[in-house]
Design a protein. Structure first.
Length: 602
């Protein structure tokens, strides 16, 4: 992975523009501390920060130009099928001066232009420049693993790998609809950024200066393999893992002890015996601690395992680091642990494989089982008892078995009273009363018809996966210059998974059925019996003990007032406190204050 920032214009750019681009790359240099590169001509200023993974030679630094200097590429990501693509290009007469996937992508784009993009199997965000035609082409991978932010107006385009790297001189107006969605979901759920006029390139889309930067789809998420078999999935995932072990630096695996990361680590250990694995646990919160389960898996696959136990003080420091890392408001608290794990993992390896994406492909969340249950006769009967939710006191805590059960029971009963689409949105959201803080704004998902379980997963792949799960991983791993690779989101694995019927993947009782059946021989039986936890943190405990004063001070936050939030509601939320919404408001306040200072100092 890497980072880049740039500014392109139909008209000649100024020296001030070039200077701004060079300044902005420093804001995201953590994405690529190994080498800084710069390209400037009459219409383009482009800067790149490299994290060297494949071909460590300086000739593979970026921006990369062809021999004629007509074509220039800035690329963040990895092309896992680059060796095959390179061979095909050589057969067609191409020659190479490096062993990098960057040069393969450059040559491929020169030869095939935008038709090259569907040939790629990898994670990527890139900009490709044709100096002769003064044209920019940008694209993002099919699942949204790697980010690309942009803003265009009056024949100008600015772009960057992170929002804070975007070359804009003054702070844009904040989009209050996006703020409303953030408070509800805990993340910004579509291509609109928090700033008006700034966008995230959608997964599987491209923009072309020839077409006025309209987002165009190059990948159809719902295009699938027909009638895939268990053997197809096993082979595709095995190949995906092997291709993601290719690097000129040390590679390891995240290992939580759950199904997804355990399968990836097991497959990786077969191809790379003794691979390093990394897990995290809690010394003070045994209910959330999964480190013992991870150690059982590590012993079974004979990996070189590293387990890190966190204290409340570690979490406090981790939260502060997370708040400083924010690109736009983002409140999935598991990012705190992802950041700590990335920091510790980076001491041993430069690349880590993870199990992200399996839940959205195969129905691994509790909400998936609840949604399957919601279409049953029993659910229709239970929905008549929605009034019982008034008797349930729920503060959103997951930190003990009974608190978590109460939270789930209330959410289930509340959701059963709604139609399928509103039910999905409710169960995808972190906080229900958020809309009363600002103008209500509901995210428009694909409408769920009848009991089509695959539509539920497609919504998750478009809503939750790129904007929450993958954003979290990119934000916190690149904060610590660690590249994370996600084999479950290999293009072939995705098409096989999406080609299966929804009821083959999950039902009201169990999720990820294909993974349980197909990979049962790789792991101890206990792995498939454990309840899913994920990277949850003891949020209520940490906020009450270490951030209580900051939560109380939100009632007088100048930033929240200036934004126009209902401060009476802010006081109600932070006085209880409502854990999730208090956390969302704390994140929002910190982000607003940091952005105010960033633009003031620019």
């Amino acid at each position: 992975m890497c980072g880049f920032a740039g500014s392109w214009s139909i008209s000649p750019i100024t020296g001030d523009t070039a200077e701004l681009v060079q300044s902005c790359i420093k804001n995201i240099v953590h994405r690529g501390p190994d080498a800084l590169g710069l390209f400037i001509d009459e219409h383009l200023a482009l800067s790149h920060a490299r994290l060297a993974i494949v071909d460590l030679d300086a000739r593979s630094n970026q921006p990369m130009a062809d021999a004629s200097k007509r074509y220039v590429l800035a690329f963040n990501g990895e092309i896992y099928n680059y060796a095959d693509l390179r061979s095909s290009l050589i057969e067609g007469g191409a020659s190479f001066s490096t062993a990098s996937d960057t040069e393969v992508l450059l040559q491929l784009l020169i030869k095939f232009d935008r038709e090259a993009i569907p040939m790629l199997n990898g994670c990527f965000a890139f900009v490709f420049y044709d100096a002769l035609e003064n044209r920019i082409l940008a694209a993002r991978d099919q699942m949204g693993i790697n980010p690309l932010w942009f803003s265009s107006a009056n024949g100008n385009l600015v772009f960057a790998s992170e929002l804070k790297g975007l070359p804009i001189q003054s702070q844009p107006e904040i989009d209050m609809d996006v703020v409303a969605n953030f408070l509800k979901f805990g993340f910004c759920p579509d291509e609109r950024a928090i700033y008006k006029g700034v966008f995230k390139l959608k997964p599987g889309h491209l923009i072309d200066s020839k077409n006025s930067f309209t987002q165009e789809a190059w990948f159809n998420l719902e295009a699938t393999f027909e009638h895939p078999s268990a053997g197809d999935l096993r082979l595709a995932l095995d190949n995906a893992v092997k291709s993601r072990l290719v690097a000129d630096v040390a590679v390891g695996c995240f290992l939580s002890g759950g199904i997804d990361s355990s399968i990836i680590a097991a497959l990786a250990s077969k191809a790379h015996p003794g691979i390093h694995t990394f897990s995290i646990g809690y010394s003070d919160h045994p209910y959330l601690d999964e480190s013992e389960a991870a150690e059982i898996v590590a012993q079974h696959i004979q990996s070189e395992h590293h387990s890190f136990k966190l204290s409340n003080n570690d979490l406090k420091n981790g939260i502060n680091d997370f708040l400083n890392a924010l690109d736009e408001p983002f409140a999935d608290s598991s990012a705190v642990v992802a950041g700590i794990l990335s920091h510790e993992t980076r001491k041993f390896v430069k690349v880590a494989l993870s199990g992200d994406g399996a839940d959205e492909l195969f129905g691994g969340y509790r909400k998936h089982r609840a949604l399957a249950f919601s279409f049953s006769n029993q659910a229709r009967l239970l929905s008549k008892f929605g009034f019982l939710t008034r008797l349930i006191s729920d503060k959103g805590s997951r930190e003990s078995k009974w608190q978590d059960r109460l939270r789930k029971a209330k959410k289930l009963l509340d959701g059963l009273a709604l139609d399928p689409n509103d039910r999905y949105l409710k169960w995808a959201a972190f906080a229900d009363p958020a809309e009363s803080l600002v103008l209500k704004c509901d995210y428009d998902t694909q409408k769920i018809q009848s009991d089509n379980l695959n539509q539920v997963l497609f919504n998750d792949q478009k809503l939750v996966l790129p904007n929450d799960m993958l954003h979290k991983v990119d934000l916190m791993s690149m904060r610590h210059s660690l590249e994370v690779r996600v084999p479950f989101l290999d293009k072939n694995v995705v098409r096989i998974a999406n080609g299966m019927r929804g009821d083959e993947k999950f039902n009201s009782e169990i999720g990820k059925i294909p993974l349980r059946n197909i990979f049962a021989d790789l792991l101890p039986k206990s792995v498939f019996k454990r309840a899913k936890k994920g990277f949850e943190i003891p949020l209520a405990d940490v906020l009450n003990n270490d951030f209580g004063a900051e939560i109380a001070n939100l009632q007088n936050s100048a930033q929240l007032m200036a934004l126009g939030l209902d401060m009476t509601r802010v006081k109600q939320i932070t006085s209880k406190p409502d854990v999730q919404l208090s956390w969302h408001l704390l994140v929002l306040h910190h982000w607003l204050a940091a952005e105010e200072a960033r633009f003031k100092n620019r």
